[in-house]
Design a protein around this ligand. Structure first.
Ligand code: PLP
Length: 388
């Protein structure tokens, strides 16, 4: 099997399982309990929190453990915008990038439909980068929050978050960035990025599903979405999973610790793979930014071919990739990301995304490129071309 869907999810790393194991078994206490077992759990949770903070260049009290990227995005978008407007009632607008994950887009939609906010979508160019001219026009003193992702999960385009954050701050708006796809591939320091909040997810980096974190800069307006016993410093109630917090902290430290070397070597493999594909199939369209992109994502459109047929062809050869984001998989509509980049609907329907793990090899990618070329020929021979 060649697994090329790491942007959808990854297997749990052995060192992560080993780090979390004691917190599922002998050290099973509730961190809120006053007895010794509880105190051991509270100390484990505090260590995990300070490890995440250290990795991000943040302070421990700025880290909120969540059930993953979706919850962190919801908490940031809804929690910051509402609290910011409460303090300054004229701040009634939210700006979101056109290619955001549904967790951000749907949270913004909720603010519009249920909370009376106006939401403006910031367009992107044909390579998926923020249209800076339009962004600057949309920014004004009535904006409560801007949410723009660091790296796109479908086409891999990387945004210049520090510039976008500075522009948001110039009009007094808070800046959130969905950084779910970044760890292990991009530098991830909250001071360099200049954001007030960022979202992370464990299962993209070798931790189990349903863990992650929200970084929330000290002093940022925020109202919790989850009320109860006041855990996570009152910002996210519910008994904490020490095991998942430890797993997430371990995976994040490993991913970020090897980021520079791994992203360099994997980006070389990605370029070689993309070159092989486009040399053999010159009519294929490589999507996303050519250089400002995630080291581990190569994405293409195969005009006039059925993306789903191609996906099945590859799967029959033991190669697992994706027709876009896992959330949109199975739908035969072009993704909102490709549409926002100006790619015609019929072309967008033919998209395939290949996303690699850190241990990907040149041999695996060469075999994939070969299977892809053969798969295209078979789909064409079987009459799998779309009526474009
Ligand atoms: N944001 C981005 C960019 C993602 O790629 C994903 C997952 O696909 C999420 C948010 C949601 O994260 P989770 O699956 O942890 O809820």
């Amino acid at each position: 099997m060649i697994y090329l869907d790491a942007a959808a999810t990854t297997p749990v790393k052995r060192e992560v399982i080993e780090a979390m194991f004691p917190w599922l078994t002998s050290n099973f206490g509730n961190p809120s309990s006053h007895h010794e077992l509880g105190q051991i759990a509270a100390a484990g949770l505090a260590d995990a929190r300070s490890s995440v903070a250290l990795t991000l260049g943040a302070h421990s009290e700025e880290i909120i453990f969540t059930s993953g990227g979706t919850e962190a995005d919801n908490a940031a978008v809804k929690g910051i915008a509402q609290a910011r407007r409460r303090r300054e009632p004229s701040r009634n607008r939210v700006l979101v990038g056109a290619t955001e994950h549904a967790a951000v887009l749907e949270s913004a939609k909720y603010l519009e439909e249920y909370c009376g906010f106006t939401v403006d979508v910031v367009p992107v160019d044909s390579q998926g980068r923020t249209d800076i001219g339009r962004y600057s026009e949309l920014l004004a003193e009535d904006v409560a929050l801007v949410s723009i992702m660091y790296a796109n999960n479908e086409v891999g385009t990387v945004s210049d978050i520090s510039t976008l954050a500075k522009m948001a701050h110039d009009v007094g708006a808070a800046m959130h960035s969905d950084c779910v796809q970044a760890p292990g591939w991009l530098p991830l320091n909250v001071e360099t990025l200049g954001v007030d909040a960022l979202s992370l997810s464990g299962h993209k980096i070798g931790a189990p599903k349903a863990c992650g974190a929200l970084y929330l800069r000290a002093g940022t307006d925020f109202v919790s979405l989850v009320h109860g016993g006041g855990q996570e410093n009152g910002k996210r109630s519910g008994t904490e999973s020490v095991a998942l917090a430890v797993a997430f902290a371990t995976a994040l430290a490993v991913a970020c610790g090897q980021q520079e070397t791994v992203s360099q070597s994997v980006s070389e493999l990605r370029d070689r793979f993309a070159e092989l594909v486009t040399r053999n199939l010159p009519w294929v369209i490589a999507t996303g930014h050519p250089s400002s992109r995630l080291a581990n994502v190569a994405s293409f459109c195969f005009p006039k071919l059925s993306g789903e047929s191609l996906l099945l062809e590859l799967e029959n050869q033991g190669i697992f990739s994706s027709s876009g984001s896992a959330c949109a998989a199975g739908s035969d509509q072009a993704s909102h990301v490709l549409v926002a980049m100006g790619i015609p609907e019929v072309v967008g329907q033919t998209a395939l995304r290949f996303s690699f793990s850190a241990d990907i090899s040149a041999e695996q990618l060469d075999a994939t490129a070969k299977s892809l070329v053969a798969g295209v020929e078979r789909v064409l021979a079987l009459g799998g071309a779309k009526q474009a």
